[in-house]
Design a protein around this ligand. Structure first.
Ligand SMILES: Nc1ncnc2c1ncn2[C@@H]1O[C@H](COP(=O)(O)OP(=O)(O)OP(=O)(O)O)[C@@H](O)[C@H]1O
Ligand SMILES: [Mg+2]
Length: 497
């Protein structure tokens, strides 16, 4: 192990890293050689038996990084990165492995086969991939990766955020990796344009905010792309909804209700939207508008559109509003807006109102009631000089259903409301909950206990639509099966939200 490497510092010390000429795109963008402090093995000669625990967790000691920098620098001195970038990734990995093994021998670095393997893997990741992020990207159980500067990385697994041992050599290496990611989609991130959205080749959504805006080094956030997007059946299996509520959602999707999915950050809005599009008939023409394409519709007739940020000169931006407006000229049957966050709210509502029923979108808010006021303020801030009452009437005339998604404090994600938008009472929009999730307690492990239940509505406002599509029996059955009774055998009701 690294702790046992030779005590003779000269055997691991190498010449100072020579400045590396800019290699072929991507080849050394993450090279710590350009920035990593030169190791001083003499000063840091580790004790003979160093931190076996830390090794086990793959959170390496300083010495590991020293050895890695040393070997890395020697590698950069030896290979021609331009040539390397011409090889396919398997051949390039082979090439690097051969050379690194040789360097390890030459430099007399003593390490076990397993440690050597790990070092080889890390170096290959640095040269060819996303460096320390690679092992996290390879995992399928991670929902989010959150890098807060070079030395701190958090991940979200099973709804819980946890710190990892992953770290970058320094902020420059982190910035280089960010740059590599965003350059793949033709964008740039640096001091002059420090905010950037991008996507990994596998579809994962990426946001970078760089210094000076991010004070402690670049903040990189990745929403991992799930190869197998969750389906409604899985949401049932996870307890996010009941089988009956699933049926209700399917009916809502099928009978062309206009739906807004509301929820907080990472609550599962996009996942739910994706699930709900599953009930759209395969002969409908669907147009999706997203900031970063995440939806995976299964229907054959789908046009996917994506917004574009402005270029470095501040030109060429295509907003969500422009996309939604353009959609209307594309003979859509359904318009799906990944996330409504600005004045496009107005255009979406108009589209919903004018024959494109069955359109759907998500928005950030914490309750169906709040979703209405969020919509309202998006329209007002979009500069539409309309009286509040008119805006509310427009919302009432357009949106049929609000589905609320929430991530609860125990990390589980639930559909907490299926709510109908009914009408206006004076100036106030009236809502009617069909299904609610209520928390009834907490078990010894901090897991919340709760239940989904209907509010006792047996003839929801969507009844007429359901009848047109021959879905009333299924709807009535699902609603009545969702009823929950109190200890006296009376159904627990609560109709208005
Ligand atoms: N019901 C669920 N049960 C378990 N995991 C879920 C559930 N819904 C979504 N997830 C997972 O949670 C993560 C976040 O989901 P999603 O992208 O849908 O959230 P979001 O609300 O759209 O987030 P954002 O606000 O960032 O756009 C994903 O990894 C997804 O697979
Ligand atoms: Mg989303």
């Amino acid at each position: 192990m690294f702790g046992k490497r030779t005590n003779d510092p000269s055997s691991v010390a190498t010449k100072a890293p020579k400045p590396v000429a800019a290699p072929a795109a991507g080849a050394s963008a993450s090279s710590p050689a350009q920035s990593a402090p030169q190791p001083s093995p003499a000063a840091k000669a580790p004790p003979a038996a160093a931190k076996p625990e830390a090794e086990k967790q793959r959170s390496h000691s300083e010495d590991y990084y020293d050895v890695k920098t040393t070997v890395f620098n020697a590698l950069i001195d030896t290979i021609d990165l331009t040539q390397l970038s011409k090889l396919d990734s398997v051949a390039a990995r082979e090439e690097i492995r051969d050379i690194v093994s040789e360097i390890i021998q030459l430099k007399n670095v003593v390490m076990s086969i397993a440690e050597q393997e790990e070092l080889l893997e890390d170096i290959c990741n640095d040269v060819l991939g996303y460096g320390p992020l690679e092992p996290l990207l390879a995992r399928d159980d991670i929902a989010d990766i959150m890098v807060n500067g070079a030395s701190t990385t958090f991940i979200e697994v099973n709804g819980k955020v946890q710190k990892t041992g992953v770290r970058f050599a320094d902020n420059t290496q982190l910035m280089n990796i960010c740059q590599r990611i965003v350059s793949q989609v033709g964008r740039r991130v640096d001091e002059s344009s420090p905010i950037c959205d991008a996507r990994l080749p596998d579809g994962s959504r990426v946001n970078v905010i760089a210094p000076p805006l991010a004070i402690d080094g670049a903040a990189l956030t990745i929403r991992k792309f799930k190869k197998d997007k969750l389906k409604l059946e899985q949401l049932v299996k996870f307890g996010s909804i009941t089988p009956e509520a699933k049926t209700i959602l399917e009916i809502i999707g099928r009978v062309r209700c206009n739906v807004l999915i509301s929820g907080g950050t990472g609550s599962g809005k996009t996942t739910l939207l994706n699930c709900m599009t599953g009930s759209i008939d395969s002969d409908e023409r669907i147009i999706t508008c997203e900031d970063s394409a995440e939806l995976q519709l299964q229907q054959p007739h789908v046009v996917r559109l994506e917004t574009r940020p402005p270029n470095l000169e501040g030109e060429g931006e295509i907003t969500m509003r422009a996309l939604v407006k353009n959609c209307l000229r594309m003979r859509p049957e359904r318009i799906i807006v990944g996330e409504v966050r600005g004045p496009e709210a107005f255009d979406l509502l108009q589209a919903m109102n004018t024959g494109h029923d069955g359109s759907m979108g998500t928005l950030h808010s914490n309750s169906p009631r709040e979703a209405i006021s969020r919509l309202e303020s998006m329209i007002m801030m979009g500069g539409f000089a309309l009286p509040v009452k008119t805006i509310r009437e427009m919302i009432v005339g357009s949106v049929d259903i609000i589905v609320q998604a929430s991530r609860l404090r125990d990390g589980t994600r639930k559909i907490t409301h299926i709510t109908e938008v009914m009408g206006m009472e004076g100036e106030v929009v009236t809502l009617q909950n069909l299904i609610l999730y209520e928390i009834t307690g907490e078990d010894a492990n901090g897991k919340l206990i709760g239940r989904h239940r209907s509010t006792g509505i047996s003839r929801p406002a969507l009844w007429e639509r359901a009848s047109y599509y021959g879905e009333t029996d299924r709807l009535a059955e699902a609603l009545s099966a969702s009823e929950v009774y109190d200890e006296h055998g009376n159904p627990i009701g609560e109709a208005n939200g």
